[in-house]
Design a protein around this ligand. Sequence first.
Ligand code: MN
Ligand code: MN
Length: 483
Amino acid sequence: MSERRDEKESDLEKKLSYKADFAWPKYTEEQKRAARVLAQDYLIFLKETRTERERVAFAERLAQGKGFRQVELGESAAPLKAGEKVYYVNRGKNIALFVVGDAPMTSGHRFIGAHGDFPRLDLKIDPLYEKDGFALFKTHYYGGIKKYQYATVPLVLAGVVAKKDGDLVKIDVGSEPDDPVFVIPDLLVHLAHKVQGERKAFDTIKAEEMNAVVGALQIGDEKAKNRFKLNVLSILNEKYGITEDDFHSAELSLVPAITPRYIGLDKSMVGAAGQDDGASTFLALRAILDLAPGAATGTTGTTGTGIFDKEETGSNGPTGAQSSWMQSVVADMVSRTGVEASLTNVHLAFRAMKMISADVTAALDPSFGSVHDPQTAAMAGKGVVVEKYSGSGGKRGTNDATAEYVGFIRRVFSEANVPFQFGTLGQVDAGGGGTIAMFFAQNFNCDVVDCGVPVLNMHSPYEVTHIADLYSGYLAYKAFLSA
Ligand code: MN
Ligand code: MN
């Protein structure tokens, strides 16, 4: 008797209750192999892209290899035909790629938006100085970081310098195995008890103490002033043809010089800097590139993927998600796909757009469970996370996706057998975070929901993702684009 009742109860539980399971056991052997291949490609992407510019260039290279061609806003050109693949680039830091469908944009299209920037240390506008036998770079952190995590970590110097004559010089020191790297010194523990022991943790190293050592040899000329600084300047001049004044028109960053690699005996995770949001950028990119080659996607609508800049600092500026660039792009696509790009039609195209804001979220941290709500926290390994809203306490600063739209996403992922989970970031009032979703929602009146992989150590020099989640994200984005 009792056995039968148990059976009934478990049937009922299956029928009525929701529970997200771990993704890996749900994959077929073939899918597991594909997940490992994807993770391997992801490691290469992480190794090769140190800045948002490099991520856009990487996307461009891959897209060209898959038959995408670059188009410009406003150029008079023949209308696009179904199956054609095009992309737009904005200032080298922002890209949107489209596979053209056979219906006008005003009747709907699907778009995934990710961000290519990630937390790092930018050089100050006048960075170089010397003190106590060292040449150093002053920095200004970019995005939300625990500053102390970036001290005593090897750093790559990457970015561009725009010279007065218009030349753009690419700088990369530290990416090659034999390159030197840079480091921000932290006080030795022997002397730290008083100075740092009494500080609050977030101030262990203060912003103005985030100075990177870049040299410790003097230039030969004994009469010269600032010989340590001058030695660094002369090396930079020899290698890149730049002078100190050129720092004023530069975008130079220090990013962790730690080689991306697998974590765990089972190689179940990937460790690297810049996975927020290298993960979403890479997966969204691969999703659109891997759709059926040549032809339209088997659906009637156009599909697209975009990589935006400046998400970590508020999506501002011409290359951020708050820029009007996306509006120009959609207007251009509207007219190229056979409809007059009137203001009404552009608004109609956005209203009919279905979007995923591809952005990572927090994975439940096994040692800091207290900041999470275990019932709503995302777990590493349970697949890509659909986050109905982000923001902070009181549901401020968020796009709260409509019930109807989340229902649509549930249907798409379930029909494609994608393992996925729902989640929110942390306990109410424990903190919070935003994404590009709210800017698209409010500026363009489109349907959008956040969806990305969970990350451990987010915004640190060594973020961790799970290979089952990366593969789930890839499947989810592909399913969405083909839905
Ligand atoms: Mn972030
Ligand atoms: Mn992100």
